[in-house]
Design a protein around this ligand. Structure first.
Ligand code: AGP
Length: 587
């Protein structure tokens, strides 16, 4: 998703401040970037580049300015191609804006403004925001009033930072649906508005998060001040919290990629999650559980369903948030609705939460980013201890989510965390073997991940990782389903990854694999150490055998490393896969 940054400061170095903040937002996924600032002559200057922030940094390296106010943006294209004219900031009549979100009624507003003689330069939805504000200023409204008048016209989602060259001491931010953080430097000489706290990690000592409809108006006079107005334009206080995203947590710490670092952190994430876990709720009042999420977080729910029903005997549903929020589900007071999200900003999961809350029903969030929307809006909350996850692919956060769900329902003393973390580290120590196996798989036309029981959600997760990182078509299937259609896919061009721990499904899964081998399918077995399999043309990865309940954690680290090395050996950008974003804040 798009990322926005902006600064109003007494300091001189705003260009570096904007560029380095954009670099910290790169993990969100994007395809172009730009900055704008008000120069010493109260004129807006703008530089935009398609591609990486590095191109933008190169374009501004000789730039010297004493400006003290600027905005910046990384764009993940929604309306209009990833070309320079569609990159932000957008400018109109001395107003410059950056926007994260989607304006759903932008064509209607654009038509109205075209009829008023406005000329547009881009194909983007966001440009109408600058044009609308500028239009209202031309009718005689002040910058602040023009902002207040323009926002109610916008349907959809937005987080907007705006500057106006005739008021170079004023920076305004507002949001609806998309997240927005306001940061204050420890010395009080700078104020920042950004999409998230990671962008502000080395700039702001304290941050606060705006609520939907809020405006923040930042002023630079003898000192930097700001006020927050709610949607009825009454001044409100939003609590300031310490910005605990320390700068060093967003570096690769010597790893080739964030994703590799974050996979290597999985054992420690499991340990941290175990040690920090405390249940926020008495579950005895609920007869049902409903787990709602997207993507990898949804698979954590699919895995938890097996545990909850098998170990605790509570009926559990797992829902894809984008379906759940629109299909008119039958809700009940005896159900606890659990929303799982790494970013805490996934719009489908957030709106599903809001729908359930609106019915007065109990909600619990399992979120990794503190003070994110889902974290703040759920009635009960579990904050996972994965730390900042920069790679677009969810890795360690999946471990944290799944273990948090297990700990929510099963006593800690029944979980041998040392056995789990030791086994995960064992898998990591086999990274060379996994790299070699990945080399055999990387040119496959498509991949089929299969597993039974709790290995099935890990098959789903493995297929998603293969898709999103190596762009190979991949499917996850219950082993028992292969004969009901997918077997038709099997020939020597397809590689099947068989998740076959030595559990109660082992024999059945092996016979499913033999059916694939009998049709010249290529097979990788991921099975336990000590298992004797001898299918000549197959490949094998052996992982430690641990308590069957916890075995999925060990398999997960293996399939994450496998996906990483397949993509790496294809020369792909594993931290920022094409077309994807870390936090999907648009529908
Ligand atoms: C997983 O690797 C993907 N990045 C994606 O499926 C992700 O899990 C999904 O978008 C949900 O994100 P969330 O956990 O932040 O809500």
């Amino acid at each position: 998703m798009c990322g926005i940054v902006s600064v109003l400061t007494f300091e001189k170095e705003i260009i570096e401040c904007l560029i380095s903040s954009l670099e910290r937002l790169e993990y969100r996924g994007y395809d172009s970037a730009g900055i704008a600032y008000i120069d010493e002559n109260s004129k807006i200057e703008r530089i935009r580049r398609v591609g990486k922030v590095a191109h933008l940094r190169q374009a501004v390296e000789k730039l010297n300015t004493n400006s003290h106010i600027g905005i910046g943006h990384t764009r993940w294209a929604t309306h209009g191609k990833a070309i320079e004219k569609n990159a932000h900031p957008h400018i109109a009549g001395g107003v410059a804006i950056v926007h994260n979100g989607i304006i759903e009624n932008f064509e209607q507003i654009k038509r109205e403004l075209l009829n008023e003689g406005e000329v547009f330069e881009s194909d983007s939805d966001s440009e109408v925001i600058a044009k609308l504000i500028s239009y209202h200023i031309k009718t005689g409204l002040s910058f602040t009033e023009a902002m207040k008048t323009s926002m109610p016209r916008l349907k959809g989602t937005y987080a907007i930072a705006a500057i106006y060259e005739k008021q170079p001491n004023v920076l305004i931010g507002t949001k609806k649906g998309s997240p927005m953080a306001v940061g204050l430097s420890s010395d009080g000489r700078s104020i920042f508005i950004a999409s998230d706290s990671v962008a502000l990690s080395s700039l702001a000592g304290q941050i606060t998060y705006l609520e939907d409809g809020d405006f923040v108006i930042c002023l630079k006079e003898e000192e930097i001040t700001y006020k927050i107005l709610d949607s009825s334009f009454s001044e409100v206080n939003r609590s300031l919290i310490l910005n605990n995203i320390a700068q060093n947590t967003v570096t690769k710490s010597g790893f080739a990629d964030f994703m590799l670092k974050e996979i290597f952190e999985e054992p420690n994430t499991a340990l941290e999650t175990f040690n920090n876990f405390g249940s926020p709720i008495d579950l005895s009042q609920y007869k049902n559980i409903s787990l709602i999420a997207c993507g990898t977080s949804y698979y954590a729910g699919v895995l938890a369903k097996y545990w909850i029903e098998d170990l605790v005997g509570i009926h559990t549903d797992v829902e894809i948030a984008s379906e759940f929020r629109y299909r008119n589900p039958v809700l009940s007071k005896s159900t606890l609705y659990i929303f799982i999200s790494q970013s805490g900003e996934t719009i489908d999961t957030l709106n599903a939460l809001r729908n359930v809350k609106a019915q007065g029903l109990d909600t619990l969030s399992i979120v990794n980013v503190e003070s994110s929307s889902i974290d703040r809006e759920a009635k009960y909350k579990i904050k996972t201890s994965a730390g900042p996850e920069i790679g677009v692919a969810s890795t360690k956060s999946f471990i944290a989510q799944a273990l948090s769900l297990l700990l929510l329902f099963v006593d800690k003393n029944k979980i041998d965390i040392k056995e789990i973390t030791h086994a995960m580290n064992e898998v990591i120590s086999q990274y060379e073997k996994i790299k070699n196996v990945a080399n055999k798989i990387k040119n496959s036309k498509s991949l089929l991940y299969i597993g039974r029981g709790t290995s099935y959600p890990i098959a789903l997760e493995g297929a998603l990782k293969a898709k999103e990182l190596s762009y190979i078509s991949a499917e996850g299937y219950p082993s028992g389903e292969i004969k009901h259609g997918p077997m038709a896919l099997v020939d020597e061009s397809i590689y099947s990854i068989i998740l076959a721990p030595q559990d109660k499904y082992f024999e059945k899964t092996i016979s499913n694999a033999q059916e694939i081998l009998a049709r010249n399918g290529r097979v990788l077995f991921i099975t336990n150490e000590g298992v004797q399999l001898n299918f000549g043309q197959a490949s094998y990865l052996y992982v430690p055998k641990i308590d069957p309940t916890a075995q999925p954690f060990v398999l997960t680290t293996a399939i994450h490393l496998l996906a990483y090395y397949i993509a790496k050996q294809k020369g792909l950008n594993v931290d920022q896969p094409r077309n994807l974003a870390k936090s999907v804040t648009v529908e």
